[in-house]
Design a protein around this ligand. Structure first.
Ligand SMILES: Cc1cc2nc3c(=O)[nH]c(=O)nc-3n(C[C@H](O)[C@H](O)[C@H](O)COP(=O)(O)OP(=O)(O)OC[C@H]3O[C@@H](n4cnc5c(N)ncnc54)[C@H](O)[C@@H]3O)c2cc1C
Length: 466
């Protein structure tokens, strides 16, 4: 790495409309921080661009200074890919604009927008695009590596609803990718992560939804978990695709107005329901879940889409310590249910959860080679989310996820959801997500747009050599 001297940084400052932040500056610590409190990295320089021109200036500067580039969208990568040591961090937190075209039912979304920014702007027009479950998550990282959430069974993953993207590539050019322009790059962006440049604008397809939907949580005591999972397995196979129904092993959380004081902290299995259609239809569809077994908690009803989209926010505070894995299992059969119930009854901390997500419907109807996102089989996505507050718990919690995740993996499809893995020690498994054909296609796109691997803080693809 070359030395970045004061004069060069002053010249950069003159050309950037946004902020240039150095170690020691008052905003440096906040700008380098990310969601996962385990990540503590120190970039050489941080640029907070205001627009694509600023991004281009920052990337060109980094290339000539020999600094690799990290990109912070929402900073929610648990692996810490939204920051770096010894590099230039492009922090997109000043680029969160969302412009909706209600007639065309599309939204143009800046690269630093959070899911909440997108939901709020689109709901003003009674529209929404499929995204994730926690409002503070960045739309960028989520989209570029997949994106599951409430609307997925009906409308597909977030990346399946991407219409085009504008990005600044390693040579500082602003390039558009869509089905009609730079098609191979567009293919790679839908699953290949932040390998190819800094996306400054995403364009998404929107659907009519809200402002009210039906949804909420039905919670069962942990000793009913086996029966509930067996029921859910059969129920979701025929339930309308408007419905999302994730099972979540958790300790009843302190969610105001939802979880009564006396239940908080009790081990339970929640079914998190969201119906993307008329609320009355939704309430009818979820009735069998509410009538099954003996729930300890039933918080289901008509609810604003914006509220259900941020219901889990308080369970995922910024700065919490996190270690995760996300595996696909082919079936929720008796063996899987036994294992999940065993792990779900033994969570390492009160903030940790296991989420069991039906992966079927629209995402599985997309052809496997249509996008770089590879997993298109009917299956269940199981998310082991280890979260804790006290650094003294770190080794114990990591070990718990590694060990329980290993048991889960033994019955998995071999595939992981890259957006959920803390992958540092398991690069081979990450690579295995892309089969040889897909990986060589990705490597060719990487070689075309980032031959020197300037963008390497991601699930990294080595540029092809000719
Ligand atoms: C609390 C929480 C809840 C979550 N819920 C869901 C969920 O419901 N569904 C789901 O699918 N996933 C979920 N995730 C996972 C999430 O999709 C990933 O963590 C994702 O990487 C977050 O994107 P980000 O922009 O916030 O991440 P960052 O940490 O900012 O970036 C992640 C990666 O994306 C790249 N990147 C970021 N912005 C850009 C850009 N503009 N252009 C190019 N590359 C960029 C970075 O280089 C990095 O490699 C959740 C994560 C957390 C922490």
């Amino acid at each position: 790495m070359q030395d970045v001297n004061d004069r060069a940084i002053d010249r950069l400052r003159d050309r950037i409309r946004g902020d240039v932040i150095r170690p020691g500056d008052p905003t440096y610590d906040e700008a380098r921080s990310v969601h996962n409190g385990l990540i503590d990295r120190s970039p050489t320089l941080i640029v907070r661009p205001r627009d694509a021109a600023d991004v281009s200036t920052a990337v060109t500067f980094a290339g000539s200074a020999g600094l690799p580039v990290a990109i912070k969208g929402g900073g929610h990568s648990v692996a810490g890919h939204g920051t770096c040591d010894d590099g230039l961090l492009v922090d997109l937190s000043l680029m969160r604009g969302v412009k909706v075209d209600p007639r065309a039912r599309t939204a143009r979304v800046e690269g630093g927008a959070l899911l909440g920014d997108v939901d709020i702007a689109t709901q003003e027009h009674g529209l929404a695009t499929p995204s994730g479950q926690v409002a503070a998550t960045g739309i960028a990282g989520l989209t570029l590596t997949g994106g599951f959430g409430a609307m997925q069974r009906k409308y597909g993953l977030t990346c399946d609803n991407l219409l085009s993207a504008e990005l600044v590539t390693a040579d500082g050019r602003l390039v558009t990718a869509s089905a009609a322009e730079n098609e191979e790059l567009f293919w790679a962006l839908r699953g290949g992560g932040g390998n190819f440049g800094v996306v400054t604008t995403f364009e998404f397809r929107l659907y009519e939804l809200g402002p009210m939907v039906a949804g909420g949580i039905v919670g069962y005591p942990i000793d009913q978990a086996t029966e509930v999972l067996e029921f859910l397995n059969g129920f979701i196979a025929t339930a309308p695709e408007e419905l999302s129904a994730d099972a979540i092993f958790m300790m009843a959380p302190p969610i105001d107005d939802i979880v009564p004081q006396e239940l908080r902290g009790q081990n339970m299995l929640g079914v998190f329901l969201r119906y993307c259609g008329p609320p009355d239809d939704g309430l009818e569809v979820v009735r069998p879940v509410r009538e099954f077994g003996e729930p300890m908690l039933d918080f289901v009803g008509p609810i604003p889409y914006l509220t259900i989209q941020s219901l889990l926010d308080q369970l995922n505070p910024r700065g919490g310590l996190n270690y995760w894995t996300g595996e696909y299992i082919p079936d929720l059969d008796a063996k899987a249910i036994e294992l999940l119930t065993q792990h779900g009854s033994n969570l390492p901390t009160r903030q940790s959860v296991i989420q069991v997500i039906p992966f079927n419907g629209a995402p599985t109807r997309v052809a496997s080679d249509a996008t770089a996102f590879s997993h298109r089989e009917d299956s269940w996505l199981v998310h082991y989310l280890g979260q804790w507050e006290d650094p003294a718990d770190t080794e114990r919690c990591r070990e718990w996820i590694r060990s329980a995740g290993g048991d889960l993996r033994a019955m998995g499809t071999g595939d992981v959801y890259l957006n959920l893995v803390t992958d540092e020690e398991d690069v081979d498994r990450v690579r295995a997500v892309w089969d040889d054909r897909r990986l060589s296609r990705l490597a060719a796109v990487k070689a075309e747009y980032d031959p020197d691997n300037l963008f390497r803080f991601n699930h990294n693809i080595t540029p092809a050599t000719t």
